[in-house]
Write a protein that binds this ligand. Structure first.
Ligand code: PLP
Length: 356
């Protein structure tokens, strides 16, 4: 039986992506070769790279003047590459969770870091709103979706200085106004492809302004100049990403994904709010993530967490346990998650309510 996969990352991919990637692994375009065993400079792979970049630009409506890169090292390497390339004296960061915190830690190696606001004092259960971004900072870094805690910044805000966003876990979940950002990056393993590739959308004009020497592989300009082919790119992950993006396009693009995501999130949050056994840990409704839905058991049922997990597991659900730093449950309902799986979870919550 196919499981209902609520894993936070790596996570569910569409059957379309898995099926088509599997075919290309066995035999790419009837070439008699696998996508795993051809040169990244071959005609077949160059076409894959080109189409993946094109689909990024088309689906996210990326204006001219931006480059789309596919790199290694995960979103975590971006925590260091961003300041390496952009931090001259000072950078501003919004601390909305563990990933944001890791980004802050790396930036401190390169200069002064102004953490403009943090929700750490309440286990990151809200998005701080009341803060000022210093005008003299080189850039302002945000994490739009806080995968571990289930909070999300759902709007593209205006920022007077370069805005840099880690969108690892909500890219392609909603329409974006890319022109408001100087850079957007993320690991692929949450809404795009298996782990191994990191996407970077960067405004070309912000680069090349540093005095420090930047190691070749860590300089965005190297990868722009070589079309993400300076060294061997993660070919299979990029191939899988291409199929995911084709699938998004067939379904109607990010607007259609957004509609489905809102619907799935509403079904689940409604049940969390209705069911007396469960509750959301997120302080403000507007901060609730539509990708990672976190919830806990109400005080009087706290001792029954393991029982609910057992029931959900019995019903074919996987990956529901909350992150160890938060506890409770986390249902990651990324783009590829069908509403039928969300319905199955809601049914399990109802059944559990009746059973106790
Ligand atoms: C998963 C995640 C990361 C880390 O990604 P890696 O590719 O494993 O380095 C960073 N930021 C956010 C928001 C994430 O969800």
């Amino acid at each position: 039986m196919k499981k209902h996969n609520f894993s936070a990352g790596p996570c569910i991919l569409s059957p379309y992506t898995i099926q088509n990637t599997a075919e290309g692994i066995l035999d790419l375009n009837q070439s008699g070769l696998s996508v795993m065993e051809i040169s990244h400079r071959s005609k077949d792979f160059m076409a894959i790279m080109d189409e993946t970049q094109q689909l990024f630009k088309e689906l996210l409506d990326i204006p001219s003047g931006y480059s789309v890169l596919f790199l290694g090292g995960g979103a975590s390497l971006q925590f260091c590459m961003v300041p390496y390339n952009l931090l001259k004296t000072k950078a501003a960061y919004l601390d909305t969770g563990a990933w944001a915190n890791k980004a802050v830690k790396e930036a401190k190696l390169f200069g002064e870091v102004d953490v403009v606001a943090s929700s750490k004092d309440s286990t990151y259960s809200y998005i701080p709103k009341d803060y000022k971004v210093p005008a003299d900072a080189d850039y302002f870094h945000i994490t739009t979706n806080n995968t571990i805690y289930g909070t999300e910044i759902k709007e593209d805000s205006d920022c007077a200085i370069n805005l840099v966003a880690d969108m690892s876990s909500d890219i392609f979940s909603r329409p974006l106004n890319v022109s408001k950002y100087a850079m957007i990056y993320g690991g692929a393993q949450k809404n795009l492809a298996p782990a191994g590739v990191t996407f970077v959308i960067v405004k070309d004009e912000i680069l090349g302004k540093m005095d420090r020497a930047i190691p070749t592989m860590l300089d965005y300009r190297t990868h722009i100049d070589k079309g993400s082919m300076f060294n061997t790119p993660p070919c299979v992950s990029i191939y899988a990403a291409m199929h995911t993006l084709r699938w998004y396009k067939q379904l109607g693009g990010v607007e259609a994904m957004y509609k489905m995501n809102l619907e799935k999130a509403a079904v689940l949050y409604n049940e969390i709010d209705r069911n007396p056994v469960f509750m959301s840990g997120i302080e403000n409704e507007e901060d609730r993530s539509i990708m990672n839905v976190t919830f806990v058991m109400t005080e009087e049922h706290k001792d029954k967490e393991a029982d609910f997990l057992a029931l959900a597991t019995e019903r074919g659900m996987s990956g529901l346990k909350g992150h160890r730093s938060v506890g409770g449950f986390r249902a990651s309902i990324y783009n590829a998650m069908p509403i039928s799986s969300v319905d199955a979870l809601v049914d399990a919550m109802k059944a559990f309510e009746k059973s106790i």
